[in-house]
Design a protein. Structure first.
Length: 219
């Protein structure tokens, strides 16, 4: 059974009784996911050496949902996901994200800074303005835009606190984070060469991650 096949079955039977009865199928698919992630991490670590110590088990998120504060009480996520984070999962930093869902709308690879604390976003805004030529060069790159054409993050309705509304870089300053996504098909991850394909895509967003992480940690 492939990852996409299992996710479709799980979505139609999102309850603990079915999951427990098909735990062997889940374990087999999870092994496939881990094997692919370990291959991907080995490839990415060739050009992102901070990830050399990361394993699939470090990177992968659990399939079990936290339903304590959600109206949706289904116990399982209907996607597999992982984050390749040079500074660790719990650190506010730019990272690489992979998700395999039920369709193109929730199957993606991504990079950059998202879900950041307000102080982190504030620091990134200042770094962008202070280094606007470098930042514009990164986000105008043809390969970058072929894979990652649009910002994922929402925009503030007006200028952030401390910045004028007519600032020349106001479109960038209004962003609540600096992340971009590349959408794929779930069946792409059923193919044995998916780690190689995802590795090539993620390479294109490394300059954005480098800019963000340098601005946050190494200035």
């Amino acid at each position: 059974m492939t990852i996409s096949q299992f996710l479709k079955r799980l979505a139609a039977n999102n309850n603990r009784e079915w999951f427990n009865a098909h735990k062997d199928e889940y374990d087999d698919v999870l092994r496939q996911w881990y094997d692919g992630l370990d291959r991907l991490i080995a490839l990415v670590a060739e050009w992102e050496p901070r990830l050399r110590h990361v394993t699939a088990r470090d990177a992968a998120y659990r399939i079990y949902r936290d339903t304590r504060f959600s109206l949706d009480k289904t116990p399982y996520k209907t996607h597999f996901s992982a984050i390749l984070a040079p500074y660790g999962k719990k650190v506010d930093s730019a990272a690489y994200y992979i998700q395999v869902g039920l369709g193109v709308e929730d199957t993606l690879v991504a990079g950059g800074a998202w879900c950041m604390e307000s102080a982190t976003v504030k620091k990134l805004r200042k770094a962008i303005v202070d280094n606007i030529e470098e930042f514009n060069e990164i986000i105008s790159d043809k390969t970058f835009n072929r894979y990652f054409p649009e910002w994922y993050n929402e925009r503030l309705k007006t200028a952030p606190k401390g910045w004028p509304k007519d600032h020349p870089n106001i479109d960038l300053l209004r962003l609540t984070g600096y992340c971009r996504e590349h959408y794929m098909s779930p069946t792409d991850f059923d193919k044995p060469d998916w780690p190689e394909k995802v590795n090539e895509i993620l390479k294109a967003i490394k300059p954005l991650n480098d800019f963000c992480n340098y601005s946050l940690f190494e200035e």
